[in-house]
Design a binder for this molecule. Structure first.
Ligand SMILES: [Zn+2]
Length: 313
């Protein structure tokens, strides 16, 4: 059974918003586009692997996109498969072409010959996840169930090469479609081993999950003044369509859109602050009328904090 599903990650939604709001030609435009493309690819790869893992849903419990706090730090795992005998961590990597695992120097090198800078060796990374999960179970006074880890390569066409101990790498790294077989094989070996209160563990993890977040503006050293204001046309993407009576009019499409401001408000909440005041909304949407803004915000899904006089989700 799948008890936690994968949704579009908050950080990816932030990058989508940032890429929309940064004008082309901005000094940070290219690096934001690169990060967005990487995160989109990562998310697509994770969904591909979800498809294969779903085969195990009738037998075991699956949690996708798990983020937990341990010792005041968050750690993230792409997938957890929980059985009466063990927990399996499946970390997903989306590489195109070929990937070299240098098990001696603990680094991965891409087909283009460039070392993957700024990223941890995938095996070290998943080992660390396992260690943190063990710590977390201990902190929560949950049973110390055995934990196994795998690195799943999402693209079936990616060829995997190893420098050093090939067998050690092959035990952990494989293509996404091979993951169910590996888990079933390990489960067979554990059949006569101890049985754990796995339901208790599953729900403890699910109930303690937090949403993984990053301050993308801070990462790229951006301020609100770097962001383009205004409302996008939902059809042609023109930025700065004016407010007309009860809607937004795009002169290019010659059409009126009632709710074109909603994604714009979302962008503000994702990038600037998780709350918005009437005056800030007027400036962001480029609307001069205070009563119009009040009406827009009252009809949105935001909640008004009367004491602080701001709106938030
Ligand atoms: Zn338009």
């Amino acid at each position: 059974m799948e008890i936690k599903y994968r949704t579009v990650p908050l950080v990816l939604r932030k990058y989508e918003a940032l890429a929309r709001r940064l004008r082309r030609g901005h000094p940070k435009w290219a690096e934001v586009q690169y990060e967005l493309a990487k995160r989109r690819k990562g998310y697509a790869g994770e969904k591909k692997v979800d498809y294969y893992l779903r085969m195990l849903a009738s037998k075991f419990t699956i949690l996708h996109d798990v983020c937990l706090n341990v010792n005041g730090q968050t750690f993230q795992m792409d997938n957890l498969i929980i059985t009466p005998h063990a927990i399996y961590i499946i970390d997903v990597k989306s590489y195109h072409g070929s990937i070299n695992f240098d098990h001696i120097l603990k680094q991965s090198i891409h087909a283009d010959g460039k070392t993957e800078r700024g990223y941890m060796y995938p095996i070290t990374q998943v080992e660390l996840q396992q260690y943190k999960l063990q710590q977390w179970l201990l902190e929560q006074s949950l049973p110390s169930i055995p934990i196994y880890h795998f690195v799943a390569i999402s693209e079936p066409s990616t060829s995997i090469h190893v420098k050093g101990d090939e067998e050690a790498v092959a035990k952990i790294v494989g293509h996404g479609e091979d993951m169910p077989r590996r888990i079933l094989h390990q489960e067979e070996l554990l059949t006569n081993g101890p049985v754990f209160q796995h339901q208790q563990i599953c729900y403890a993890i699910k109930n303690n999950c937090v949403e993984f977040d990053l301050d993308v503006m801070d990462i790229h050293q951006l301020n609100q003044s770097d962001l383009q204001q205004g409302v996008f046309c939902p059809e042609c993407g023109y930025l700065g369509i004016p407010r007309t009576h009860s809607g937004w009019y795009c002169h290019q499409c010659q059409k009126k859109y009632r709710n074109a401001h909603m994604p714009a408000i979302d962008d503000y909440l994702l990038l600037v602050k998780p709350r918005i005041r009437n005056s800030e909304c007027m400036e962001w949407l480029k609307v001069n009328s205070r009563s119009t803004i009040t009406r827009i915000l009252q009809n949105s899904d935001l909640l008004y904090d009367a004491k602080r006089r701001w709106w938030m989700k």
